[in-house]
Design a protein around this ligand. Structure first.
Ligand SMILES: C[S@@+](CC[C@H](N)C(=O)[O-])C[C@H]1O[C@@H](n2cnc3c(N)ncnc32)[C@H](O)[C@@H]1O
Length: 179
């Protein structure tokens, strides 16, 4: 299985602070390796998320990329395939077997939008994929695609070198400090 990188398009500092944060946390928790944020440069958000990732462990990376077109073209040249999540695409159940096959052989970049996604993205993508052909959210679409790719295994992923670890409880909260 290849690496999974998420490209978050069109980040706006004020309007998208929470949603971009949730895209990053969801990508990390559900097994992706990296998020590339594009749109308005938001160094504050990136360094806050890097501190968070440091605390909870794992190898996850996050970075800003000024030029999304260049990031997509570089991925196509050097890394692998592009999946663009859009409600206008082919519905996930109709294409999941093929996506698992291409992920077996290639690294994949998953693109999610915020505001209107430029037409060019639909053309550059190898696969335009919908998680149902109804409008909802980039966070939900990303979570479901990752879960369908990993088939639930991502929920038991280990995050090495964490400072904090949760000890699961039926009632209450227990967190241990490891370093
Ligand atoms: C709130 S939507 C805005 C989309 C925008 N109106 C457009 O036409 O491109 C933000 C992002 O959520 C994701 N999204 C929303 N609904 C989706 C669906 N049914 N399937 C896949 N992705 C979806 C897409 O990545 C989209 O770019």
């Amino acid at each position: 299985m290849g690496r999974i990188s998420i490209l978050r398009l069109g980040h706006r500092i004020v309007r998208d602070k929470r949603l971009t944060t949730h895209v990053v946390l969801t990508a990390r928790a559900f097994g992706a390796n990296e998020v590339i944020v594009s749109g308005e440069r938001d160094d504050g958000l990136i360094s806050k998320l890097e501190k968070f990732i440091e605390k909870w462990g794992g190898e996850f990376k996050i970075r800003f990329e000024e030029n999304w077109r260049e990031a997509i073209e570089r991925w196509k040249r050097n890394e692998g395939k592009i999946i663009h999540l859009t409600m206008y695409g082919v519905n996930l159940p109709d294409v999941i077997e093929e996506l698992r096959r291409i992920w077996d052989q290639n690294n994949i970049m998953i693109i999610v939008g915020s505001q209107k996604v430029p037409r060019e993205v639909y053309e550059l993508a190898d696969y335009n994929i919908a998680v149902s052909n109804q409008p909802h959210s980039e966070v939900a679409a990303l979570a479901i695609l990752l879960d369908w790719l990993f088939q639930g295994r991502e929920l038991s992923k280990e995050f090495p070198n964490a400072e904090l670890r949760i000890v699961p409880q039926l009632h209450g909260k227990k967190v241990i400090r490891l370093r």
